[in-house]
Design a protein around this ligand. Structure first.
Ligand code: HEC
Ligand code: HEC
Ligand code: HEC
Ligand code: HEC
Ligand code: HEC
Length: 311
């Protein structure tokens, strides 16, 4: 019987098989990329909010602290979105007639809350909790990026499982003193930006899993602010972090104990810990390992186990 398919068609068949294979692979890669693409994860997108609220303007420009508006971030799973009253505190006096602020006035007059569009939104089957992260030394900027530089809010990171696990498997690079939680510019300990920490010998109060037993500072505890040596005790603590603060006005007082420049991670005056107890850290890995132990961070296995986030 004559050959129906000659050698060349055989090669063609093989080539088309290879081609099909390639197309399948390409399709798979595309779908996978799509699943991770900012289009799906909403990474980087600016929502069309009822009011073009600027974090840059209010945080960096005016020096308002995060917890002035996101009041529950240290004590609950939710950071919370501020009620209209918070805006009215200032905007009953500032920019009172600006058209941009009409929805704020409407909301205040009618009592209906401003319909902010959610930017970050994990699926319901994922358990997340702000307070534990914040109290164990993970700063806002580690997850939300430079919020103080955002004219409009957007999602900086994918919030996909891989992203969470990346940190859960080894948080050392991301752990900071809890006094630096709100420091948007934090970049870790380095020889240019050393950090000094001392154990306080205190136990956690058990209410929230806060890091009560360590105190840290970004200014040398052995040197007074005038440059003279502070041998015995640390009497005049310098502000913790170079954060902008509200200028004046009672209603702008920060609600957080973490925020106050004269207290430490545990709210105790810095002066209680002798300067000699402080250890200097000039690299983040070393500081991270120290804080992991002080904060009693669970093992990588525990933190990456399914039950941690899927309950
Ligand atoms: C003057 C009040 C105010 C201050 C101060 C403030 N925020 Fe907000 N924040 C808001 C409002 C209002 C929204 C909702 C509108 C929006 O998304 O822009 C919001 C939204 C957010 C969101 C997104 C919420 C979502 O929908 O997923 C994050 C994250 C956030 N803020 C973080 C911060 C951080 C970090 C700081 C401090 C650096 C801060 N905010 C300071 C008022 C404030
Ligand atoms: C602590 C005082 C204070 C609070 C609280 C506050 N604002 Fe403002 N806001 C200001 C000031 C001051 C300006 C004017 C800034 C300027 O012109 O330099 C401003 C400006 C604005 C503007 C004009 C656009 C811009 O960013 O310059 C909008 C819109 C606005 N605020 C919305 C809000 C909303 C919404 C809230 C509540 C979530 C809020 N503000 C809470 C003080 C405040
Ligand atoms: C470990 C990462 C992480 C850290 C640290 C973190 N956030 Fe969030 N934040 C998230 C995630 C994830 C969501 C979405 C939660 C959801 O959908 O249930 C979120 C949501 C929010 C929201 C929207 C309202 C809400 O509670 O869901 C605000 C506001 C917010 N974060 C502010 C802050 C502030 C302020 C800080 C620092 C004090 C901070 N976050 C620290 C990951 C983080
Ligand atoms: C930058 C680091 C970092 C990122 C990103 C991060 N986490 Fe965590 N997470 C931690 C640390 C540190 C702890 C505290 C562990 C401990 O105390 O043992 C923690 C604890 C938790 C816990 C335990 C809460 C409890 O009460 O037991 C949950 C749940 C959790 N994270 C969920 C998430 C989810 C979901 C994401 C992603 C959306 C995420 N985390 C992203 C560092 C991170
Ligand atoms: C640190 C928190 C965390 C841990 C630990 C974790 N997950 Fe997830 N998981 C997430 C988040 C966040 C999402 C949502 C991802 C998204 O929105 O795309 C998710 C999504 C999923 C999904 C939905 C499909 C997908 O991939 O989007 C499955 C299935 C899943 N996880 C299984 C597991 C299993 C099995 C384990 C244990 C081996 C585990 N997860 C451990 C945070 C976690």
């Amino acid at each position: 019987m004559a050959q129906v398919f000659d050698r060349s068609s055989n090669a063609l068949a093989r080539a088309s098989l290879v081609l099909t294979g390639l197309i399948v692979i390409a399709l798979g890669v595309t779908l996978d990329q799509l699943q991770r693409s900012p289009w799906v994860t909403r990474q980087g997108q600016r929502a069309d909010q009822p009011i073009p609220f600027s974090h840059q303007h209010h945080v960096e420009g005016l020096g308002i602290q995060c917890q002035y508006c996101h009041t529950s971030v240290e004590v609950s799973s939710y950071a919370g979105i501020p009620p209209t009253k918070t805006c009215i505190n200032c905007h009953s006096q500032i920019w009172t007639n600006a058209p941009l602020l009409e929805p704020v006035r409407q909301s205040w007059a009618t009592g209906a809350s401003i319909p902010w569009i959610r930017i970050h939104d994990l699926p319901d089957y994922v358990y997340f909790n702000h307070s534990i992260h914040v109290n164990k030394g993970i700063g806002c900027s580690s997850c939300h990026g430079r919020v103080d530089e955002m004219p409009l809010m957007y999602q900086q990171n994918s919030l996909q499982m891989e992203w969470c696990l990346n940190c859960h498997r080894n948080p050392t690079g991301n752990i900071r003193p809890t006094s630096e939680i709100y420091n948007m510019a934090w970049e870790g300990a380095s020889s240019g930006h050393p950090v000094w920490c001392a154990p306080t010998g205190k136990a956690a109060d058990g209410k929230i899993p806060t890091a009560e037993n360590v105190v840290c500072t970004t200014t040398d505890p052995k040197v007074n602010s005038d440059g003279s040596a502070n041998v015995a005790m640390l009497q005049t603590p310098a502000p913790m972090a170079p954060l902008a603060r509200p200028q004046s006005g009672d209603h702008m007082e920060p609600t957080s104990k973490m925020d106050s420049g004269t207290t430490t991670t545990n709210g105790a005056p810095l002066g209680e810990t002798p300067a000699a107890n402080y250890k200097k850290f000039t690299n983040q890995a070393e500081l991270g390992r120290f804080l992991m132990a002080q904060y009693h961070i669970r093992t990588a296995n525990e933190l990456a186990s399914c039950e941690t986030c899927h309950r």
